[in-house]
Design a protein around this ligand. Structure first.
Ligand code: NI
Length: 473
């Protein structure tokens, strides 16, 4: 007996978790003629898993670049991302997905490919879903999935090339059932993910030795144990948590209910700045938090400067402590959506969900209020103004993502900045962090006061576009 269920892409926002010491590697191309966002989780003690995830992400990006042409009125767009969907005992399960938006593709223009990866940290093993099944049982199991789908009128898409299997998408759940997500192309703009469930009774006899070990660990429901302490260089110091950290469930890490809201810092309370009188400028950093953000916060706090961070919800799940620190230091935190999708291509409900999930997570994590948004790529249309958010853009573009040079970034900022400016930079690039001390020193020497965007703008209205303090449309 096989069960079928359909879901929409909202499911992408659920069932995400994180594990102690987890980081996310991101590569973002801000080339609006063919934007790509590629990321994957990096889990301490799981070097083999990381290598598999990176290779899969690289392949997806290479295939996208080979199959699409840049430009056009609706440029193709790729989003590759991964989420931890399960962390039990020594086992971590990650679902990677690659979503391509391309108007040249028939139907909705959306294609989605995903794959589920498993790692057993105690044995230093990693594999994708098909390896959970014994070679001899694989074909029969694939047929069971195909038949179930066909019986419900669903055409199963081709697996992703030679050597891959529809079972690469198998999610082995704690009951021993296997859920296979099928990426189904429909003519409606809302793409559907249809799931086929194989019951445990059918799954168990088909499992490989590796599959049986992983099934037993997932069924145990034990707390996530983290990497072995003597794993060597693969384990990062952050992950070498004692028994206390090991006993922490992943859910406890993403639910910051126990975290008190930070007390507002004295500096933030001190003197309200009147930007109608003073030469104010707001430095803004997009696309974080990331591995460089902590270093940037050290620089800003050493110079007693408050900046504004437009964060991605997806990255906040990986760096909750960094967002907490941003709030504690009195930085302003704005909303840069969950997935960094071009909002002109999203339905209004999807945009609202991108913004709502991000706002809720930042507020729960840091206690900071999130009242401003910046659309990814600065790309907006009339609908973006109806979402209930003030839209913060910029009048000084450092182009740091393109030049990746602290010198060029600094020159661009200093040659175009004016009183009331909003400066765009990205805290995911080390060169932008490197440029920051020099930019701050030069601005201060020219008599600028560095403020947050809320301080610069004062009262804001939803739907208004803010390019600078005085350029408002
Ligand atoms: Ni961005």
């Amino acid at each position: 007996m096989v069960a079928l269920a359909a879901d929409d892409e909202a499911s992408a926002f659920t069932a995400e978790t994180t594990v102690p010491g987890m980081t996310v590697t991101r590569r973002v191309s801000v080339d609006v003629s063919r934007p790509t966002q590629v990321s994957w989780p990096v889990i301490p003690g799981a070097a083999r898993l990381t290598a598999l995830l990176e290779a899969w992400a690289d392949d997806a990006e290479a295939a996208f670049l080979a199959r699409t042409a840049p430009g056009g009125s609706q440029p193709p767009e790729l989003t590759v991302s991964g989420s931890v969907i399960r962390a039990v005992g020594s086992v971590v399960v990650v679902r990677m997905s690659a979503v391509v938006e391309d108007a040249a593709v028939a139907g909705s223009g959306t294609t989605r490919v995903s794959r589920v990866f498993y790692a057993d940290l105690d044995r230093n093993e990693a594999c994708s879903g098909a390896s959970l099944f014994a070679e001899a049982a694989r074909t029969q199991t694939e047929q069971a999935v195909n038949l179930a789908a066909a019986a419900s009128g669903v055409t199963v898409p081709e697996a992703g090339g030679p050597g891959t299997s529809i079972l690469d998408n198998a999610d082995l759940v704690p009951t021993g059932d296997v859920v296979v997500a099928l990426d189904v192309q429909t003519s409606s703009p809302q793409r559907r993910v249809v799931s086929v469930t194989l019951p445990a009774l059918q799954v168990r006899p088909a499992l490989s030795d590796l599959g049986r070990r992983i099934e037993a660990i997932i069924a145990s429901g034990r707390p996530y144990a983290g990497p072995l302490p003597d794993r060597g260089p693969a384990a990062t110091p952050a992950a070498a948590g004692g028994p206390e950290a090991a006993a922490m469930t992943p859910a406890a890490l993403v639910s910051p209910a126990a975290t008190a809201a930070p007390s507002s810092s004295v500096a933030a309370m001190a003197h309200p700045v009147d930007c109608a009188v003073l030469k104010c400028v707001a430095l803004t950093y997009d696309d974080g938090p990331g591995p460089e953000t902590g270093r940037l916060l050290d620089i800003l706090s050493a110079s007693q400067v408050k900046a504004t961070f437009f964060v991605l919800g997806r990255s906040v799940t990986a760096y909750p402590e960094v967002v907490r620190r941003e709030a504690e230091l009195g930085m302003a935190i704005g909303n840069h959506t969950w997935n960094h999708r071009d909002m002109r291509r999203l339905a209004v409900e999807a945009s609202l969900q991108e913004l709502g999930t991000t706002r809720d997570l930042v507020e729960r994590t840091s206690g900071a209020k999130v009242t401003l948004m910046r659309p990814p790529y600065g790309a907006f249309d009339a609908r973006t103004r109806t979402l209930g958010w003030p839209v913060v853009l910029w009048d000084v573009d450092s182009e740091d993502w393109r030049n990746r040079s602290a010198t060029v970034t600094t020159q661009r900022v200093l040659s175009t900045v004016r009183p009331g400016s909003i400066v765009l930079m990205h805290d995911i690039h080390g060169s932008s962090v490197d440029a920051t001390p020099g930019i701050i020193a030069a601005l201060k020497s020219r008599g600028f006061v560095l403020v947050t965007v809320p301080e610069l703008l004062g009262q804001t209205s939803s739907g208004a576009l803010y390019f600078s303090r005085t350029n408002i449309r």
